[in-house]
Ligand binder design. Structure first.
Ligand code: TRH
Length: 354
């Protein structure tokens, strides 16, 4: 089949997630034989999470003087507004490219309502074009979740101890592994004490949690039966494997959330905090979707645990048993894995708009 030429625009607003999602999508499409140009205004996150790039993806610096060079599909990530001159050139091209606005992942009802809606451009540089809303999501009525072909097979065949050894991590025979990829957490010390009730190796990827863990544990980097190890930058591929190695993870933005789901181990999601509380509405919608769709219900105590990680309540609640938690993650993961992934749905969507 002929490959489609895609141009994907990305602006880095904060953290790693904007670049992380765009890179994952670009690499996923390229892995399926597509040709992708990723136009990004700040490539520094990519130097950390994808330093060697991947065949089929060209990374290009964002410039207002960029020319439209005949891409068949133009994606702007998170309403980032491609340069005016570029959009003007898109509008003058016959046939014009298909233009898609890739939105943030959410389980809230608006994602289902707005997915795949057209936004005809009556004015501005793109006058005459139609921009399509594309909402990732957890149901068949949305754009789905990024899941590269073969990901779950690789997950099932994964050898955790071999990967940990190669990453210079030595796990004690009876230690469980926990991963902490979080924003600030004022109650972190209490959480570390709760985890330290059992032998635990806490692995902390790059981010603000590293300084917090160091401050809470001191130079010994231990609390009870917990010991912590800070990690260097990992490629996105290895970041997945880190989550596959974990018995209990804390993840933060939308991209690591999806990867924690595919990892299939108990996890907590700390959302990017917003002053108007929008993150809590988003969290509740996520928990409700999980409860509705997983054949094994999340155990009692899960909601309180997720809420505590998102600023609700002073002391951390009791840690729910990991077995039931794992079953509930597996149940939802299998339900989600039975649906087509985002890349497949996007290819179908684009083909239907030809
Ligand atoms: O970095 P994030 O906190 O991004 C967030 C979200 O995107 C959110 O929507 C946005 O509003 C906010 O930023 C400003 O978390 P997220 O989405 O999980 O992205 C992290 C990415 O970084 C993910 O692709 C994994 C990658 N990563 C690596 O590949 N290697 C590493 O060593 C680390 C620490 C991260």
């Amino acid at each position: 089949m002929r490959s489609v030429r895609w141009t994907l625009f990305c602006r880095v607003i904060d953290n790693l997630g904007d670049a992380g999602v765009c890179w994952r999508l670009a690499a996923d499409l390229a892995g399926r034989g597509e040709t992708v140009q990723l136009v990004i205004d700040d490539a520094s996150p990519l130097h950390r999470i994808a330093p060697r790039g991947t065949p089929g993806v060209d990374v290009i610096a964002w410039s207002d003087a960029l020319d439209f060079e005949g891409a068949e599909v133009v994606i702007e990530a998170f309403g980032c507004n491609p340069p005016e001159r570029y959009v003007e050139q898109m509008a003058k091209t016959i046939p014009p490219p298909r233009w898609i606005n890739l939105e943030y992942l959410s389980a809230e009802p608006h994602a289902q309502r707005s997915h795949a809606l057209p936004s005809p451009q009556w004015q501005g540089p793109g006058r005459g074009l139609t921009k399509w809303f594309y909402y990732p999501g957890f149901t068949a009525a949305t754009g789905g979740l990024l899941r590269e072909p073969g990901l779950l097979r690789a997950r099932a065949a994964f050898d955790r101890d071999a990967w940990l050894r190669a990453a210079h991590v030595v796990r004690g025979a009876h230690e469980r592994v926990s991963v902490l990829f979080s924003y600030a957490q004022p109650g972190l010390g209490a959480w570390l004490s709760a985890l330290g009730a059992e032998p635990t190796l806490l692995l902390v990827p790059q981010g603000p949690a590293q300084a917090e863990v160091q401050a809470a544990l001191g130079p010994a980097m231990q609390s009870g039966a917990l010991r912590a190890q800070l990690l260097p930058w990992l490629t996105q591929v290895d970041f997945d494997r880190l989550l596959w190695s974990s018995d209990l993870s804390v993840v933060r933005g939308e991209d690591s959330l999806v990867r924690a789901l595919w990892a299939g181990a108990p996890f907590v999601w700390q959302l990017y905090p917003q002053h108007d509380g929008a993150h809590l509405r988003k969290l509740l919608a996520f928990l409700a979707r999980w409860r509705a769709d997983s054949p094994a219900a999340p155990p009692a105590g899960i909601d309180a645990w997720f809420q505590w990680w998102n600023g609700v309540g002073a002391a951390p609640p009791a840690l729910p048993a990991l077995e039931g938690w794992r079953d509930a993650v597996h149940g939802w993961r299998d339900h989600l894995a039975a649906q087509p992934d985002l890349g497949s749905r996007l290819l179908g969507f684009v083909a239907s708009k030809r």
